[in-house]
Design a protein around this ligand. Sequence first.
Ligand SMILES: NC(=O)c1ccc[n+]([C@@H]2O[C@H](COP(=O)([O-])OP(=O)(O)OC[C@H]3O[C@@H](n4cnc5c(N)ncnc54)[C@H](OP(=O)(O)O)[C@@H]3O)[C@@H](O)[C@H]2O)c1
Length: 292
Amino acid sequence: MILVTGATGQYGAKAIEHLLHKGVEAQHLSALVRDAAKGQKLQDQGIELRVGDYTNVDALVQAFQGVDTLLLVSSNDRGAVENRTAHHLNVIKAAQAARVKRLVYTSFVTKPAFQDSAIAGFLTSHAQTEQFLKDSGLPYTILQNGIYLEMIPLFAGAQVAETGVLLFPAQEGKASWVLREELAEAAAHVLTTEGHENKTYVLVNTEATSFQDIAQDLSSRLGKAIQYQSPPVEEFQATLTQVGVPEVYVGMFTMWASAVAQGMMDVQDSTLAAFLGRKPTTTAQFITQVYQ
Ligand SMILES: NC(=O)c1ccc[n+]([C@@H]2O[C@H](COP(=O)([O-])OP(=O)(O)OC[C@H]3O[C@@H](n4cnc5c(N)ncnc54)[C@H](OP(=O)(O)O)[C@@H]3O)[C@@H](O)[C@H]2O)c1
C-alpha cells in the first residue's frame, strides 16, 4: 500500500494521477486528507481516504496503518516556518510508529551556506526534516525539488502583457525552474521502481534561466517587447504596496526574488530528465503553454 499525503493539494493529486498511470491499482493506494469532502474525487476512483492532520500524531499513526510506502508532501503552513518542521517530524514519527517501510519526502533544492540566503528559513526547515528522517532509521528517499515553473506567472504579475514591463528584483540571477507535474511524475517513478533506498535526488532542470531570459521568451510569445527591470528591493516593495499588493505577498515576492538573485536555485542536474525519460519542460515551453 502506497499512501500520498497532501493528496488534495496540487502536487499530491498529480503524484496520485501518475501512480495510477504507471499501473498502481487504486486499491493499493491511499490518500491522507484533512477534509474527506475535498477527497471525494479520489474516493470515486477507488482510492481509500485516510483522514489526518500533520499536527495530530495519534491520528496520523491511525491513518498510516497498513501503509508500506509513504510520500510525505511537505507542509504549506503559512505561519512560522517552524510549524512546517514540526508537521514533518510528526509525520515521520507516526510513520515509524505505524511501521511504514519507506518514506519519500519532498524537500527543496539547496546549496552550501544556505543559512545566509533569503530563503534560509525554508531551507533550514527542510534540512532539519532531512536530518531527522536520516536519524530515524526509516528507509528514505529525499526529493530535493526545484522551484516550480508555475511561480513565474505569479512573479511576473497579471499585467505583464499590458504594461510591457517585467518588474522583479532578481538581478541577473538564474533558477532551474521545473514543472510541478513533472516533479510529481518523478515521485511516482521513485515510488514504483527499485533502488532508491536512502538516496537524495536533486530534481531540477538541465538548464537555468534568468528573468532576462523569461522577458525574452514572453516577448516572443506575446509578440510584443517585454522589458525586464530589476529595481532595488525597497523600490520594488514600495511599487507593489502602492498598487495594493497585500504585505504578505510583497514579502514573499521579495524573498524569492532575492533568493534567485543569490543564485540559490541555480543548480542544474539530469536526474529529473532520467526519471522522466525525456527532457523536462523548459521555461520557454512553459511560457508558450501558459501565455496566449
Ligand atoms: N518547489 C516549489 O517551488 C514549491 C512551491 C510552493 C510550495 N512548495 C512545497 O511543496 C508542497 C506541495 O506543493 P503544492 O503546490 O501541491 O502545494 P498545495 O497545493 O498548497 O498543497 C499542499 C498540501 O499539503 C496539505 N497540508 C497542508 N498542511 C497540512 C496539515 N497540517 N495536515 C495535513 N495536510 C496538510 C494541504 O491539505 P489541504 O488540501 O487540506 O489544504 C494540501 O493538500 C507545498 O506544501 C510546499 O511545501 C514547493
